[in-house]
Design a protein around this ligand. Structure first.
Ligand code: CA
Length: 226
């Protein structure tokens, strides 16, 4: 899962980003409305974490634009404004949830999990391919119900492939699932993650194959011969 974090206080933004990453969530930081608008144009985010008091305006003004680009994009507002009128106003503007600063990261993670559990065609609870299952809320893979421990990037690759299993996933889509805006992307790094992931899946006896579709991308499928 990739999050757009719109927050103008650098320390707060970096601390949140680090905390989210420790929990397997990728976060891009936008410090103002203008950069957030630009980031939303990429259409690669699964959740918007939105501060209200930004240097160039009210963060809430971003919600209509975000929804126009992606109708079911979940939005959690993060703000120092804690009055009842502000909270209700934020929800009326279309936010799915509201957290008043200061908040514990654990609470934010719980709210994110709650949003992911909501039914939506884009937020399936899990996907099963052969004896492999990926739990999208826990960001964990299981082979025959045994948890598969994977390094973060491999887990993100597998998550992206499981979300679209049976379909070819373009390289660019996989890159965007694995690297945020601050990462320097090396073109062969993705292939290295995929081959390590293949080895890990084979060692765990997962009955799946990751096929290379030359010049296009990758395809995750149940192994035909069992
Ligand atoms: Ca602020």
């Amino acid at each position: 899962m990739r999050i757009l974090l719109v927050e103008d206080e650098p320390e707060m933004a970096q601390a949140l980003r680090a905390a989210l990453q420790r929990h397997g969530l990728l976060a891009d930081i936008a410090p103002n409305l203008a950069q957030a608008q630009e980031a939303l144009r990429h259409g690669v985010h699964d959740l918007l974490l939105l501060d209200r008091q930004l240097p160039d305006g009210d963060g809430a003004s971003l919600i209509p634009q975000a929804r126009k680009a992606q109708a079911d994009l979940p939005v959690i507002m993060l703000t120092a404004r804690g009055s009842l009128a502000d909270r209700v106003g934020g929800l009326d503007l279309g936010a799915d949830d509201y957290l008043v600063k200061p908040f514990a990261v654990e609470e934010l993670l719980a709210r994110i999990r709650a949003i992911q559990r909501r039914p939506s065609q884009l937020s399936l609870p899990s996907a099963s391919v052969g004896n492999l299952r990926f739990d999208f809320a826990a960001h964990e893979a299981f082979v025959d119900d045994v948890a598969l421990r994977l390094p973060r990037r491999q887990s993100l690759v597998l998550e992206a492939l499981c979300l679209r299993h049976g379909r070819t996933v373009r390289r660019e889509v996989l890159q965007e699932s694995v690297y945020d805006f601050e990462d320097a992307i090396q073109s062969n790094a993705l292939d290295a993650h995929v081959s390590k992931l293949r080895r890990a899946l084979a060692e765990a006896d997962a009955r799946v194959d990751i096929h290379v579709i030359r010049g296009i991308g990758y395809l995750l499928r149940e192994r035909a011969d069992g």
